[in-house]
Design a protein around this ligand. Sequence first.
Ligand SMILES: Nc1ncnc2c1ncn2[C@@H]1O[C@H](COP(=O)(O)OP(=O)(O)O)[C@@H](O)[C@H]1O
Ligand SMILES: [Mg+2]
Length: 254
Amino acid sequence: MSIIKASNIKKVYGGGKDFAETIALHNINLELEAGEFTAIMGPSGSGKSSLLKILSGFDQATSGDIFIDGKSLGRMTGDELSIFRRSHIGYIFQEFNLLDSLTIQENIMLPMILNREKNAVMNKKAEQLMELLNITSLKNKYPYQVSGGQQQRTAVCRALINDTSVIFADEPTGNLDSKSSKAVLECLKKTSEQLGTTILLVTHDPFAASYSDKVLFLKDGVIRTQLYKKESQDLFAKQILDHLALLEEDDYDL
Ligand SMILES: Nc1ncnc2c1ncn2[C@@H]1O[C@H](COP(=O)(O)OP(=O)(O)O)[C@@H](O)[C@H]1O
Ligand SMILES: [Mg+2]
């Protein structure tokens, strides 16, 4: 069964008496399987962030519905949605959004603290995740004492701590150098392979997208094409690059 199913998602911003209307998403349909790693690419303003916010229940679609684990987000009350999001969905941003007054380990445990979990349970879970993402030695440090890549890996652990089934990542390597980006991407890949987490990654970078199993290309709020990884990651990166060049040609049409 698909873990995320979006049907006929449309998003319109504005349209009040003083505001022009922007149709950010037109009739988007997509299905993602459990454990699948998908990238979304597209020019600035093509609707990538809008799509991620709507799929994760952060924002509401103008029409259409989202099903996560078979449950309709549109039919939940506000409270039901917050509880559901906290236990199923992790979100990672370009800015790491860690709290400077908490240690790395405390930052990771924060969503569990909010759920009033027992200390022993939280510590054990945090330790397993820090081990998986190679940041155990940093657990007592503060965010400002570690690198950007290490902060982002902390954010990935925090996103996973409630046994999250889906991670949404909006340009998570946008503020990182290439070495740190690579470490974060490898961690996301490992998470999908070892924990079965479904990952949806928005990126501008063909190399980052090549870590995924499939890339969706968005343009003007429409999914124009999809590319699947069939052979090596290097070849996939090249195919993505070629495809982006094709999409930029004005006469390109399906
Ligand atoms: N809160 C908002 N209010 C009005 N327009 C918005 C809002 N958020 C996004 N948009 C518009 O929707 C379109 C898609 O934006 P966005 O989803 O942020 O694209 P991307 O992430 O691909 O750059 C753009 O035209 C943008 O200006
Ligand atoms: Mg965006």
